[in-house]
Design a binder for this molecule. Structure first.
Ligand code: ADP
Ligand code: MG
Length: 701
């Protein structure tokens, strides 16, 4: 009998309308197929038992076999606890029940041996289990038809209605034998054979009901591979499509602007890395294809200069250029820097942000259309419909992680033909994530800092050392340096954070009184004009301390600032900490980053602080970040348009499988770019099925 995998889950034995509703609303499981692809998140090797003397509070769920030596009921009525002490010959541990006591009382008998399963926790110096599962040890043999027990995520709501992990597992057990022969393969057989993968039906079976450790590993590998493979195939196909069919403006020459800037306007020698990237950009813009390039470079590596020179290349060829920054402060700073740098060239530079006045705006609009303005610098305001260029040839997007694919695309539409696009990011992206998020872009890396920079020293201080911190700040100010002091700003509790900053400000003002010390304050609640004023005072060395929330995070450049103090550093993400640290170390002086935290740090919090203290390498930091947080939480990835809520693969942990899958996808597309051959029919088919809704955005031109 053939059963459709699209059958409604209601018809599965053990489900029914109510549970079907729950499965759909809580987990998105509506069909048989959805359930098959609802993979376990963990397995327990049921043949493995721990001894009590091996247990510690850091372990996840474990299994022990032990004898009941003591039973007692503690407390009255609603505060009642049922405590069972067990011993397995290596030690004793306590099992505690707060609920279902009546039921447990009936099951557990003194002096009998049971199998207990649960998470050991440390409480009052001893190991406890709360509400462990129980099995009769004597019945153990017959229960072990398979060794690995699968665990499924469920919600509290589901648990309260008896749809816990065990229940899901038994639904899967009902379903598997019914449909095993109806699971159709989704990878071509030549690929399966060549890569020594197991077939889909075998993989699905073993992912839920592993027959052995070996088969479980093979199942996991096959499913991860497939998931990553199709994403890479899609991205690479998109890249290929852009290369084939999207024409780019020809920048015929390197002209007078570029050359005279290079000769006369740069006060230093370009680093080799900067030169290399410029050569890459030159090749792209001289190829007849549209450039789509990601420029990765750690904070302070000199990306702005590269971007400016790319824009000069456009102007040399009669085109306009624009640069889009994520914040007004940053846009203003680019504006100041760039206007100053190109002054001798006689190039017109404009700025457009949310606070640009109507009148100035209108003037900009006409100048742009008449090609009187060469470079436009701004924020999101650049993508408004009213902004039209006469001949936009080069778009630079700074700090890409704040913009999504859709926004990138919007800038394309500003022309009949798409401009060249240079995307710059100072948040180093782990290779695996870059391959996925920016897989359609070519990547350049500036892997070298300008010479003469001293590595920033990073220190971790507990709050109790505040006086020492103040002393250090005073020393630095005496040396003529400036100080950043940053407080966290978390959206959900802006009021609270604001209070942090206010309190901080008060104590800092007391410790650093005028006239020796002067303080600028910048926070999210200020008007842009006020922010700029405060920033400006600091930039012009009128103030020596800048107290801020993370609005100064990106891009700000004050070379004389040598100390970055980050308050409640444990509340920041790694990439944010790294960004903030990048605000110092921009001049010739030794710089410091001081991370202030409370005494109590979570495991992840401690790891973040340690990572910061141990390395200045942005790529290394980003790898740790990805491992700690998972790709979905990395800033800016949500609007990327690439599915990151992967079912089984993990971009942080499966880097190797990802590279492997990408390599294979590349080989296939090299030989058969449009997937037209008979043996690739299945790939084409799957691509259309998987991405049918998303393929539109990829074909914007
Ligand atoms: P980021 O890559 O973080 O955007 P910037 O472009 O702001 O870095 O550059 C940081 C600082 O380094 C700026 O003051 C810039 O003028 C300077 N800089 C850039 N390139 C060089 C170089 N080749 N040699 C010396 N200093 C440089
Ligand atoms: Mg920058």
């Amino acid at each position: 009998m053939s059963i459709s995998l699209n059958e409604n889950i209601t018809y599965l034995k053990g489900v029914g309308p109510q549970k079907a509703d729950l499965l759909a609303s809580e987990l998105g499981i509506k069909t048989y197929n959805d359930l098959l692809y609802y993979f376990p998140y963990r397995y327990l090797d049921r043949s493995k038992f721990y001894t009590i003397n091996e247990l510690n509070g850091e372990m996840s769920h474990v299994q022990i076999k032990a004898k009941v030596i003591h039973i007692e009921t503690i407390g009255e009525k609603r505060k009642q606890r049922y405590v069972v002490t067990v011993n397995d010959g290596t030690g004793t541990t306590k099992l505690v029940w707060f609920k279902g006591i009546k039921w447990i009382k009936d099951i557990i008998k003194p002096n009998k041996e049971y199998i207990f399963f649960g998470k050991p926790t440390l409480f009052n110096q001893t190991i406890n289990f709360t509400h462990p599962e129980i099995d009769d040890a004597s019945k153990q043999k017959e229960k072990l038809s398979f060794n690995f027990q699968a665990f499924y995520n469920t919600s509290e709501k589901m648990k309260s209605r008896f749809l816990n992990s065990k229940a899901i597992h038994s639904l899967v057990l009902n379903l598997l034998p019914k449909v095993k022969d109806n699971i159709t393969e989704t990878l071509p057989s030549y690929l399966i054979k060549k890569q020594k993968l197991i077939y889909l039906n075998e993989a699905i079976y073993n992912i839920h009901l592993p027959l052995s450790q070996d088969l479980l590993q093979k199942a996991i590998f096959r499913l991860k591979f497939e998931e990553l493979f199709y994403i890479q195939l899609k991205i690479l196909r998109l890249k290929q499509y852009q290369k084939e069919s999207v024409k780019g403006y020809f920048f015929k020459k390197v002209g007078q602007y570029f050359n005279s800037f290079y000769k006369n306007c740069i006060p230093f020698e370009l680093t080799n890395a900067q030169k290399k990237v410029l050569r890459e950009i030159r090749l792209d813009t001289n190829s007849g294809k549209q450039m789509n390039r990601l420029l990765q470079g750690d904070v302070g590596s000199g990306k702005t200069l590269v971007a400016l020179m790319a824009m000069l290349l456009a102007i040399d060829n009669g085109f306009q250029a624009c640069i889009m920054a994520p914040t007004e402060i940053l846009a203003n700073q680019h504006y100041e820097t760039i206007r100053e740098l190109v002054k001798p060239l006689g190039i017109s530079v404009g700025i457009l942000t949310g606070s640009t006045k109507q009148k100035a705006r209108r003037l900009l609009h006409t100048d742009l259309l008449e090609n009187k303005l060469n470079i436009l610098i701004g924020t999101h305001a650049l993508i408004e419909d009213a902004v039209k260029f006469a001949k936009l040839g080069m778009v630079v997007i700074d700090e890409q992680h704040r913009f999504g694919v859709a926004q990138r695309a919007k800038l394309w539409h500003k022309n009949k033909q798409p401009p060249h696009v240079l995307v710059m990011t100072a948040t180093p992206i782990p290779r695996t994530l870059a391959m996925t998020l920016y897989g359609d872009l070519d990547v350049s890396v500036i892997d070298e800092l300008p010479p003469g920079r001293k590595a920033i020293q990073t220190l971790h201080y507990y709050d109790s050392k505040r006086l020492r911190l103040f002393g250090f700040i005073k020393e630095q100010i005496k040396l003529g340096r400036q100080i950043y002091l940053v407080y966290p700003l978390i959206k959900e509790s802006e009021a609270l954070d604001y209070k942090d900053l206010e309190d901080g400000l008060e104590s800092i003002s007391r410790a650093f009184p005028p006239p020796e010390y002067s303080i600028s304050v910048v926070h999210g609640k200020m008007k842009p004009i006020e922010k700029d004023k405060a920033m400006d005072l600091f930039v012009r060395k009128q103030t020596n301390i800048m107290i801020a929330t993370t609005v100064i995070e990106v891009g700000v450049n004050v070379p004389n600032a040598s100390v970055m103090v980050i308050e409640s550093a444990e509340r920041f993400g790694l990439s944010q900490l790294h960004q903030l640290r990048g605000r110092v170390g921009r001049g010739a002086n030794q710089s410091y980053c001081i991370l202030m935290t409370g005494n109590k740090l979570s495991l992840h919090g401690r790891k973040r602080i340690e990572t910061m203290v141990n390395t200045n390498d942005g790529f290394e930091i980003s790898e740790v970040d990805l491992k700690l947080r998972g790709p979905g939480d990395i800033e800016g990835t949500q609007q990327s348009g690439i599915p990151l809520d992967l079912k089984i693969a993990n971009l942080g942990k499966d880097a190797q499988i990802l590279s492997y899958a990408r390599q294979i996808a590349e080989n296939i597309l090299d030989k058969d770019p449009k997937l037209e051959t008979h043996e690739n029919a299945m790939l084409r088919n799957q691509m259309e099925k998987k991405w049918k809704y998303e393929f539109n955005w990829s074909q914007i031109s």
